[in-house]
Design a protein around this ligand. Structure first.
Ligand code: GTP
Ligand code: MG
Length: 249
């Protein structure tokens, strides 16, 4: 069994709460309402994973399964420029973009199939200088939510989601990679979806994800990240800022 790696978020409190960073060989779920910063955190991790170990990275590339068409190369460029600023050395945004492999998922079945393609790519890059060390699914649940409506289909949805998550866990284990999934929750209690602090996908997502992080908006560019569930760390909260050059303390 390989040693668990740690991927920096670029934020001191956030990293400390996670015991040094986002674990490899585990699924970390980011959940929160729209605009809470899930996609921003995902973009920042796609940048940070490429850094060498000394800078908190995993010297690896990333696969993003993008289900809502929210991946923005321009945002990656800003974050890489932010790194140059932070570390006082020149980083090339084009180099970073080259190691971000984005696949659009058009529906939930396609999304599940893309995990196989992601695994094939990870296998091809296994012995390269930039092996895949991060898998992102943003959003994990949007297609499922749109496609499976009503009580009759709920069990089917949960079963599919569960299978999907097991595929992702396998990616993390096989390639010693971190796995990030995002999940939107309602800001207000909802008659159909119920408790706003409970993520869509409910208990199955909850039990399969190893680490669960609840994001919520605070003043201005501040966001509160709450560690809700972890196998080995105490629950806690960290404050981060989403700024133009990226995530900051
Ligand atoms: P949903 O996908 O809708 O559920 O939301 P999310 O949780 O993924 O939110 P997202 O990560 O897209 O956060 C959007 C927020 O991030 C915006 O309201 C801004 O506050 C911030 N943000 C996004 N892009 C930029 C940027 O280029 N510069 C700065 N400074 N902030 C940004
Ligand atoms: Mg998003």
């Amino acid at each position: 069994r390989k040693l668990v790696g740690k991927l920096t978020t670029g934020c001191t409190e956030f990293d400390e709460m996670m015991g040094g960073g986002i674990d490899t060989q585990a699924i970390t779920e980011l959940y929160g309402e729209f605009g809470s910063g899930k996609t921003q955190v995902a973009h920042q991790l796609a940048v940070n994973v490429q850094l060498p170990k000394e800078q908190g990275g995993l010297s690896g590339s990333v696969v993003i399964i993008d289900t809502e068409n929210t991946f923005r190369p321009e945002r990656i460029k800003q974050m890489v420029e932010g790194l140059s600023e932070k570390y006082g050395q020149e980083y090339d945004p084009e180099e970073f973009l080259k190691h971000i492999h984005v696949a659009r998922a058009y529906n939930s079945n396609h999304q599940i199939l893309l995990v196989d393609s992601a695994m094939e790519l990870a296998n091809e890059l296994k012995d390269s200088d930039m092996p895949v060390r991060l898998f992102i699914v943003d959003s994990l649940t949007a297609h499922f939510r749109a496609e499976y409506i009503g009580r009759g289909t709920l069990a089917d949805r949960q079963q599919k989601l569960n299978k999907h998550l097991h595929g992702l866990q396998k990616c993390g284990d096989l390639y010693n990679a971190s796995v990030i999934v995002t999940n939107q929750v309602m800001s207000k209690p909802d008659a159909f979806f119920g408790d706003p602090t409970k993520p869509i996908g409910g208990h199955i997502v909850g039990h399969t994800a190893t680490f669960r992080l609840y994001l919520r908006k605070s003043k201005g560019d501040k966001r509160i990240v709450k560690l809700v569930d972890s196998p080995n760390l105490p629950d806690g909260e960290a404050i981060i800022s989403v700024t133009t050059p990226g995530l900051r303390d």
